[in-house]
Structure formats: C-alpha cells, structure tokens
Design a binder for this molecule. Structure first.
Ligand code: FRU
Length: 327
C-alpha cells in the first residue's frame, strides 16, 4: 500500500515538473491573428518614445508592416534606458521572434545583446543609431557625418565665415551624436567660426534649454546655435526667448519632421533643419527580403535634405557637402 502511495506521489511530481517545463517554453509563433495569416513575427526594440521622431519611426514601421498580412510586429519601448533595452532584446530572443529590428540607445551597452541575437541565427536590422562591430545583418540610416558637415558648411555661409556658435550635442555615447559633431567640425574647419560653448544635451529638449540658459548667462554675444536635433534647437530657442535674446540668434537643428522641424522653419524659429529620415519603411522592406531568403546589403544609407525658409515651399534641397566629392 505504502509502496503504491510513494509511486503515485513520484508520478504526480513528474507530471507537475513536465507541466511547468511546458509553460516555460517560448510561446508558439502565432500562425494567424484574426483574418491575418501571420507567417513571421518581428520584434522592434525602440530605445525611447519621448521624442516625436521616434514615434514617427514606429508609425512608419507599423504602416509599412500593415501592408503585409504575413508580418506581425511587436514593439517594445526601452524608455531611454539601455539596461531595459538590453533586457527587452533578450525577451524577444527568448520568445522566438523571426527577426529583430533595433534602434539602440547607446552603442556599447547594446552591442552584446544584439550580437547574441545575431549569433543565435536571428537576423538583425540596426536602425539609425549603430552598435559596435559587425554582428548584425543590415544597418539602415542616414549619414550623420555628412549631415553634420553640411550643417557646418551652411552655418559658415550663413555667418559669412565668422561668428560665435553654441553646439548642443546629442548623447555622445550614441553614434549620431559623435558623427554630427565630427562632421560639423570638419564643415567649419579653417574658418573664423568660434564654438564658444558646447554641451551634451542627450537629445532632450529640457536638457538643451538648461544648457542654453548657462550659455546665455556666460556669453553676451551668441550668433548661432547648432543643435544635433530639432528638440534641442527648440529648447535653446525657448531659453533665448525667455531672456529676450531669440531675435539675435539663429537656430539650426536636425530631423526636419514635417510636423516638427519643418514647422519651426516655416514659423521662423529655426534658420535651417536637416532631414533625418527614420528608415522605418525601408526596415520593413529589408526585413521581408531577409525573411524570404534574399540577400541584402550590410549598409543602406538614406539621403537627407535641408529645409530653410527659402526652399521649404519647394520641398527642401538634397544635401551634398563639398568634401563628399573628394571622398
Ligand atoms: C530621437 C533622436 C532624434 C535624432 C535621433 C538620433 O530620439 O534624438 O531627434 O535625430 O534620435 O539617433
């Protein structure tokens, strides 16, 4: 009797263990959602949704994916936290996604989880900000160095080669911040443009406003602010407005969203805004190719336009910095 009892306890124990293990298995891929015949699940790891530009990137991805019933995209927002983004990428991998799209907050901390996904055989599309090394399938983004250089050259021309400039940098642990800085410095090289104040505003409008308040307090004369994105340029403008100095300063930004930077240019708040395409629809086109077994280039470089008061009504001008011809 006792033996029988022990045998049944062991049996029940084994059943319980197997039931738990089954639960821990990654969820089966959805074959259909409603009338959609989902074939592939894409995980999209977005570093932050605090800026309009990133909301637009997600919308571009969603709109492009909606044209393809065989695709399902799951979005995760890391809320500007590299550790959270890392964990979210790992969650995607454990859930058995077919492809990862990632727009990483910072290069170094996000490189290992992206490489781990790639090493597991999951195709990875890196969008806009880069990771280190080459453990990804395809990078899609505009050339930030070229944009920075074009901004530098535009500023040289606008200031006739001479003036005091404030540079409000994007997060310098992210690659667009580094490239928009080096490109800009190349663009103003050999001129009498003097960068009198520079600070890392981490892509954030409130930080840019605070940094600009310091610049305004320290310097009586500022001719122009070069901010690495439009929220930064707008934050600087608000600081200048609050101290009644907005009319003496030209503000230049990057992104040129139709409902953000381009509006600022139309309103005369920004002297120029350089387009930074989100690459969202391109990412879906590339994802489809990868998932269908086609090969794709390792790098896809998107073009950029500059919008000024003079050219905005005709849709801006494509940028082509002088140095590019020498490359
Ligand atoms: C949004 C943003 C954009 C900028 C891009 C650079 O988070 O700061 O304004 O162009 O990221 O990666």
């Amino acid at each position: 009797m006792r033996k029988k009892f022990i045998v049944s306890i062991v049996f029940l124990g084994l059943v319980a263990i197997f039931a738990c293990r089954k639960e821990q298995k990654p969820p089966a891929r959805p074959e259909s959602t409603g009338d959609k015949q989902t074939k592939w699940t894409i995980g999209m790891s977005q570093c932050n949704l605090g800026e309009p530009w990133r909301v637009q990137m997600n919308a571009d991805i969603r709109n492009a994916a909606d044209q393809h019933p065989e695709l399902r995209v799951i979005f995760k927002d890391a809320q500007n936290d590299s550790l959270r983004q890392r964990a979210q990428i790992e969650e995607f991998v454990n859930a058995g996604i077919d492809l990862l799209i990632v727009s990483p907050k910072e290069a170094a901390p996000l490189t290992p989880p992206v490489a781990a996904a790639f090493d597991k055989g999951i195709p990875v599309i890196v969008l806009d900000r880069r990771v280190l090394g080459d453990k990804y399938t395809c990078f899609i983004g505009a050339d930030n160095k070229k944009i920075g250089r074009a901004a530098g050259e535009w500023i040289v021309e606008r200031l006739s080669g001479k003036g005091r400039v404030v540079e409000l940098k994007g997060l310098m642990t992210s690659t667009p911040g580094q490239d928009r800085h080096t490109g800009f410095r190349e663009g103003i090289k050999g001129t009498s443009i003097d960068v009198i104040f520079e600070a890392d505003m981490k892509w954030l409008e409130p930080d840019a406003r605070r940094e600009m308040e310091s610049a305004l307090a320290r310097f009586k004369a500022i001719d122009l602010v070069y901010a690495h994105n439009d929220p930064g340029a707008h934050g600087a403008y608000l600081a200048a407005l609050a101290s009644g100095r907005e009319k003496e300063i030209i503000f230049v930004g990057i992104d040129a969203l139709p409902h953000e930077g381009q509006v600022y240019v139309r309103q005369g708040i920004l002297g120029a805004s350089f387009e930074y395409p989100t690459g969202g629809s391109e990412a879906i086109a590339v994802a489809l190719k990868i998932l269908s077994g086609e090969s794709v280039p390792k790098e896809i470089v998107l073009n950029s336009r500059v919008f000024t008061r003079e050219n905005i009504e005709r849709g801006g001008d494509w940028i082509s910095p002088k140095e590019v011809e020498d490359e």
